[in-house]
Ligand binder design. Structure first.
Ligand code: NDP
Length: 450
């Protein structure tokens, strides 16, 4: 008789947990996954997927305006927020079903309910005990709102996806991914949008040319960006929220959305009780193979706070499955992880920023171009696309590619392959462009920035 009920017990059926569970099962492991909220986790339910659907929705306002330059007459238009949200919800339900089916077909048992670890080999789900050789913690993260007076009146991205109505005026606090993405969404759909960021310039950690270009483009669109600003208190006056800022000004809005980061969701799991070491912010401390301080307990994804990105969680999940059940100890790679902010317009990036490269003492050559996309020669829109290459002057290797402009993510994905192959600037130059595209600019930049 088997020593344990399962070879692997996964807690959390988000992107990482599902991938690890399915792959482990495909390698012959007996697997169960417990989920207390929704199948597919943040990405499917209140993250990447619904966000991108809303980004598409928001973009139509520009598309309708731009159509005139191409001879189209577009009549009266309005957006039906409730219909948009209902359609989005329908798609998310479909995806929840797809996840259930995928897990089922892989032979993974799904246990709906809250899991708690009681000893290194035992998990309870709503009181029922299950034993496993390995436990994988893949519980994700949750948005945090700073404790200011009136914080209870604010919402986070979790609620933003389910609002009953589109706010006429909205304030977004935070200058990270979620903040700039929601600023584009709300503004595009017709909400008068303010975005506050506590520092000099948002998107800290991104290349400065991306940060500056995006700020210019967002302002041109009419988003009210306020840097070095934060909310000191929020008062509810009737249906209106009054935000008092650190500069003494007040802004009134119908919704205030905090996008001020996410914290690992590791509470109430019993981790400390069994000696799993947590970092100061509650993230599970893991080694390069995603193993925690307890030998048979692994953790992946947002709850380890390495890179909070869905494809990274998936890669970590694959690596754990290979390590534990495929005789292939695998460390996930974190080099040249490409990423895109689905702001208006998009920002795509892979590799080192110029600042990073200089800080690491690379001698760098910088190539940069800024141009009006061909489409806008007829629309009259004054939008600029920015592209930039950071090159190691010592050996001609391309260290980083950065872009602000339509479809930045689609373009940067391919360049990430080139960077992982160690491409040089000469190889970029030797590559024939596709004409006329924006992407071809990445292989036609010849003049170094002085
Ligand atoms: P981020 O960590 O990206 O950004 C948080 C922002 O809030 C920063 O601008 C930060 O400022 C600011 N902030 C933090 N604390 C406070 C505070 N107390 N008061 C005021 N401002 C504060 O978090 P997000 O919530 O935007 O996103 C969470 C994670 O989700 C991201 O890191 C990303 O990994 C992932 N994500 C990825 C997406 C994608 O791939 N497209 C989309 C959405 C999310 P400062 O810079 O000064 O610290």
């Amino acid at each position: 008789m088997a020593q344990y009920d399962y070879d692997l017990f996964t807690i959390g059926a988000g992107s990482g947990g599902v991938r690890a569970s399915r792959m482990s099962a495909s390698f012959g492991a007996k697997v169960a996954v417990a989920e207390e909220r929704y199948l597919g986790g943040t990405c499917v339910n209140v993250g990447c997927i619904p966000k991108k659907l809303l980004v598409y929705a928001a973009h139509f306002s520009e598309d309708f305006e731009d159509a005139a330059g191409f001879g189209w007459t577009v009549g009266e238009r309005s957006v039906d927020w409730r219909k948009l949200i209902a359609n989005k919800n329908k798609e998310i339900s479909r995806l929840n079903g797809v996840y259930r089916k995928l897990l089922g077909e892989a032979g993974v048992e799904i246990l709906d309910g809250h899991a708690e670890i009681v000893d290194p080999h035992t998990v309870t789900v709503d009181g029922k005990r299950h034993t496993a050789k390995y436990i994988l913690v893949a519980v994700g993260s949750w948005p945090v709102v700073p404790k200011i007076p009136g914080a209870e009146h604010a919402i986070t991205s979790n609620e933003a996806f389910h609002l009953a109505a589109l706010p006429a005026r909205g304030i977004i606090v935070g200058g990270g991914y979620i903040g700039v993405e929601f600023a584009g969404i709300l503004h595009g759909l017709g909400c008068h949008t303010y975005q506050l960021y506590r520092g000099e310039l948002f998107l800290r950690g991104f290349d400065d040319d991306i940060r500056r270009t995006l700020a210019d483009e967002m302002r041109k669109r009419g988003i009210d960006l306020r840097f070095n600003r934060d909310i000191k208190r929020i008062d509810k006056v009737g249906d209106i929220l009054k935000a008092t800022l650190n500069d003494g000004n007040t802004i009134e809005a119908n919704q205030i959305l905090y996008a001020t980061g996410r914290v690992p969701l590791t509470q109430n799991l019993g981790l400390e009780r069994i000696g799993v070491r947590l970092k100061n912010n509650g993230a599970v401390a893991v080694d390069e193979y995603s193993k925690s301080s307890v030998d048979n307990i692994y953790a992946i994804g947002d709850c380890t706070d390495r890179l909070m990105l869905t494809p990274v969680a998936i890669a970590e999940g694959m690596a754990v499955a290979n390590t534990l059940f495929n005789n292939k100890p695998t460390k996930p790679g974190y080099l040249n992880v490409p990423t895109t902010v689905f702001s208006a317009p998009n920002c795509g990036t892979v590799g080192l920023t110029e600042q990073d490269a200089r800080q690491r003492n690379f001698q760098v050559d910088i190539y940069r171009t800024s141009f009006r996309p061909l489409k806008h020669t007829l629309t009259g829109r004054h939008e600029q696309t920015m592209m930039k290459l950071v090159v190691d002057a010592a050996n001609d290797r391309v260290l980083g590619c950065h872009m602000v402009g339509p479809d930045a993510g689609e373009i940067i994905q391919g360049l990430a392959v080139a960077l992982n192959c160690g491409a040089t600037k000469a190889q970029f130059d030797a590559t024939i462009g596709i004409h006329p595209t924006a992407a071809e600019e990445f292989v036609t930049m010849r003049t170094k920035v002085a």
